[in-house]
Design a protein around this ligand. Structure first.
Ligand SMILES: [Zn+2]
Ligand SMILES: [Zn+2]
Length: 340
């Protein structure tokens, strides 16, 4: 079979590999569609703190072609999606119900969706396979990114108000926007490119603010639009400067969600005065749990409120995966659907 292989930063190639066979508890799918993700782009650029090089891609949908001994909850011919990880259930975070913080999440991660076939390991197959039941391939493949976003929103609740500021117009920024709009929040979205800001308005953002280098005028405008600060600020750019700026954009008593991850060992500075005297809540959020995935599936069945198809820039064949990542590297496109 044809499969993408990332052996080091920027060293992405296509290889011929044997079609995997399932051992006990495992499931093999023929890939129908995979989605590119900001996490993949980060891995492509600099490697990933938690993910190994090698088989590449983690979002997708496939059709079951073989199941290992003991697998009875899915059957050959079924269209399914899955999450790339599952908690071990035994470590101390798992024992406390903090499944997204499981110490062993990445011991058994399902990678390699940019391929013709994919093997889903027994730990993931046991708890994180989801039949699509009428959901389209594209919508089904949004399970993992939307589950991450909904996990973050669970941490934001209860919302102190309805003014939400989203920093970033990547796929994650837009998914946060869809959730915010579904919750009837007033959203200001901040980005650089006019066409991305237009898409944000099309998706329901009330206001957009364009970042301009070498001037703080956009920050003043944002503060005016939010009447001195937003109740919730969501950082979804992955840039250190925006992490450090985010608390300054929150209203007294507001919440700041650091959604995007920075590079390993990065340190950020935050105003202690604002944090303490304005009672800001600074939150990190990471990954997802089964509960978040089920909530995501429910939303994906609402075509109308979650028009995730709008985030697909193009559909490209697997044999063009290298060119697709070269385009993402240049900032061309939000998310690509890759089909074998
Ligand atoms: Zn992803
Ligand atoms: Zn665990």
């Amino acid at each position: 079979m044809l499969a993408a292989w990332l052996s080091a930063p920027y060293a992405l190639t296509l290889r011929e590999l044997p079609i995997p066979e399932p051992a006990a508890g495992e499931v093999v799918v023929r890939m129908r569609l995979a989605l590119t993700c900001g996490t993949d782009l980060k891995t492509y650029r600099r490697g990933h703190a938690k993910l190994p090089f090698g088989a590449f891609g983690h979002e997708g949908v496939g059709e079951v072609v073989a199941v290992g001994e003991g697998v009875t909850h899915v059957h050959v011919g079924q269209r399914i999606t899955w999450l790339p990880t599952a908690p071990c259930g035994e470590c101390s975070p798992c024992q406390r119900g903090r499944y997204n913080l499981c110490r062993h999440l990445f011991d058994a991660v399902v990678l390699g969706t940019y391929a013709e076939y994919l093997k889903i390991n027994a730990r993931v197959a046991r708890v994180h396979l989801f039949p699509l039941d009428g959901l389209s391939d594209v919508r089904g493949a949004f399970l993992e990114p939307l589950a991450c976003v909904l996990h973050a929103w669970r941490m934001l609740e209860p919302l102190p108000g309805k003014r939400v500021c989203i920093l970033g117009t990547g796929a994650m920024g837009y998914l946060h926007l869809m959730e915010a709009v579904a919750r009837r929040c007033a959203v200001v979205i901040v980005g650089r490119r006019p066409e991305r800001l237009q898409l944000a308005r099309d998706l329901g953002a009330h206001e957009t603010v364009q970042i301009a280098d070498n001037t703080d005028a956009w920050i003043t405008r944002l503060q005016t639009l939010t009447d001195g600060g937003a109740d919730v600020v969501i950082e979804a750019t992955g840039a250190k400067t925006m992490w450090e700026l985010a608390p300054a954009l929150a209203a007294p008593g507001g919440k700041v969600l650091f959604y995007s991850g920075l590079a390993k060992d990065e340190i950020v500075c935050v105003s202690a005065e604002r944090w303490h005297y304005d009672e800001l809540t600074l939150l990190g959020s990471f990954h997802f749990t089964t509960q978040d995935a089920l909530a995501a599936l429910k939303r994906l069945r609402h075509q109308h409120r979650f028009p995730v198809e709008r985030l697909i820039s193009d559909t490209r064949p697997l044999r063009e995966i290298v060119q697709v990542f070269e385009q993402l590297e240049r900032g061309v496109g939000i998310k690509y659907a890759i089909v074998p």
